[in-house]
Design a binder for this molecule. Structure first.
Ligand SMILES: O=C[C@H](O)[C@H](O)COP(=O)(O)O
Ligand SMILES: C=C(OP(=O)(O)O)C(=O)O
Length: 343
């Protein structure tokens, strides 16, 4: 049985419009090099329980406040999960975690969670998986991902061309980076897009084209791709079109071999590159939640533990962010010294 989707215009509150606009500008300035801080996207692999997600955000806010001068911290509030084969698809599609797939309730639950995170002043990152549902969430998101499983998908590239925030395209699951660079070029161009309009009817239009897309190195089946040689090679791929190419590196997924305990090691390698003056690394992603590890989603999950990929605990995340902040301060010194030497 098919059901009617709610009108996205009626679901949006509009309360955070101006704040989200400023957050997007902050992210854009970091990606362009105008702001020398590091973008840090931290949070659980998936948000499965609004209460524990908000507790996590409270803890992350405290840590972020300590590093305001060096890091721009954005909370990863992922309410959609693209699965390799089968699995829980996220709060948006299955809010009761029971396979009931009550999308109507999911839209309300996911929306209420994002509003609550925004109410707390924390910028929000999300992955866009189902293009038709993007309009229920996008107004609250300041950084978006198109993931490894959808980076080659024309509908996702078209969606990215219409989204009003910086979008990171991840390298493909096998490690191939070129498809993400292709996606950036594709999304930069205006093209037909499809959505549910403010009057609730299906609509098409021509997108503006997104000039704030970028690459996210997440490693893959071929191994990690966070090392200096990978970063340099990826920046070279971007150089023909950009004078100051930048990218984000994900400490998790293929870069951690899906073992969360490796994330601090990956972050340390990135901190070393940043300390040495690497200005091409604009951002870092960390999968982190209240408690360490992961658990099956059924029966009722323990509070604050991921039900998808394993995460670092907040306690383990704190020193990782402190190390990245110190690396940014050192990069600042290196860049200033080289500027003085050049004059
Ligand atoms: O980031 C989360 C997962 O890696 C992604 O959703 C795929 O998960 P799966 O391989 O367990 O399906
Ligand atoms: C699915 C994710 O990542 P990737 O696309 O890199 O697998 C994710 O970050 O949740």
């Amino acid at each position: 049985m098919m059901r009617t989707l709610p009108n996205p215009a009626l679901v949006r509150s509009g309360r955070h419009r101006d704040t989200v606009r400023l957050q997007r500008t902050a992210v854009e300035r970091i990606l362009s090099g105008a702001d020398d801080r590091l973008l840090v996207i931290a949070g659980p692999c998936s948000a499965h329980d609004s209460g524990s997600m908000l507790d996590y955000v409270a803890g992350l806010t405290e840590i972020a406040a300590r590093h305001d001068d060096d890091l721009y911290v954005v909370a990863r509030v992922y309410v959609e999960k693209p699965r390799t084969r089968l699995g829980w698809p996220g709060l948006l599609l299955d809010p009761f975690l029971d396979g009931g797939n009550r999308v109507d309730e999911g839209i309300a639950t996911a929306r209420a969670l994002l509003e609550a995170v925004a109410d707390r002043g924390m910028p929000i990152a999300g992955e866009f998986v189902e293009p038709l549902l993007a309009d229920y969430l996008a107004d609250l998101i300041c950084w978006g991902a198109i993931g490894a499983r959808t980076v080659e998908s024309p509908p996702h590239r078209r969606l990215a061309s219409a989204l009003p925030m910086p979008i990171g395209f991840k390298n493909r699951g096998d490690g191939a980076v070129a498809p993400a660079v292709d996606a950036m070029a594709a999304a930069a161009v205006p093209q037909p897009v499809f959505t549910i309009g403010d009057d609730g009817t299906p609509q098409w239009g021509i997108s503006a084209g997104n000039l704030t897309t970028h690459l996210v190195l997440r490693g893959g089946e071929s191994g990690p791709n966070h090392h200096e040689s990978h970063v340099e090679k990826a920046l070279d791929l971007l150089r023909p079109g950009q004078t100051h190419p930048t990218l984000i590196v994900d400490c998790s997924h293929g870069n951690s071999g899906k073992d969360h305990r490796n994330q601090p090691r990956v972050a340390r390698d990135l901190a070393d590159q940043i300390s040495a003056g690497q200005t091409g690394i604009a951002g870092v992603m960390v999968e982190s939640f209240i408690h360490e590890g992961c658990q099956p989603h059924s029966p009722a999950p323990r509070r604050g533990v991921s039900i998808t990929d394993a995460c670092l605990s907040l306690e383990q995340t704190e020193p990782v962010l402190a190390e990245l902040a110190a690396a940014v301060r050192q990069r600042r010194r290196v860049v200033e010294t080289s500027l003085v030497e050049a004059t």
